[in-house]
Design a protein. Structure first.
Length: 131
């Protein structure tokens, strides 16, 4: 239950983070439900939903959450890194590479997109058939 005078939509993300720290991703999604039920969920709510879904290997749903978050804040390199990671989980490496490159284009000096791009390239090289 929310503390007196505190809106439930503000409590849910904090509660969700605690559940994620305990690897209770299904429960974390349930905690996010009220914040997701509104017409225009917040960027952080959608990002957190995507992260939970990705941990549950529900990559298509995670990707959809990341895309919705990207509509809210298209200049966020982290959301495109997460989209890349979800696509990697589906072994869709060409698309994953495109989103890692998009993250890097948004934030060329940020280390996270650089690491993501390197990760995708490594996975692509490993997935190629050996001669």
């Amino acid at each position: 239950a929310a503390a007196a005078g505190v809106e439930p939509l503000k409590v849910a993300p904090r509660h969700c983070k605690a559940l994620m720290d305990l690897n209770q991703f299904e429960d974390a999604l349930k905690a996010l439900a009220p914040a997701l039920a509104i017409k225009y969920p917040a960027f952080d709510t959608l990002r957190t939903q995507g992260l939970c879904l990705m941990q549950l290997s529900r990559y298509d749903e995670a990707l959809a959450a990341f895309f919705r978050a990207g509509e809210i804040l298209p200049g966020s390199p982290v959301i495109w890194c997460f989209a890349s990671r979800a696509l990697q989980g589906m072994q869709r490496y060409d698309e994953a590479l495109a989103y890692a490159e998009r993250a890097l284009a948004v934030a060329p000096d940020d280390k996270a997109p650089q690491r993501e791009l390197s990760r995708v390239r490594t996975l692509m090289a490993r997935s190629r058939p050996r001669k």
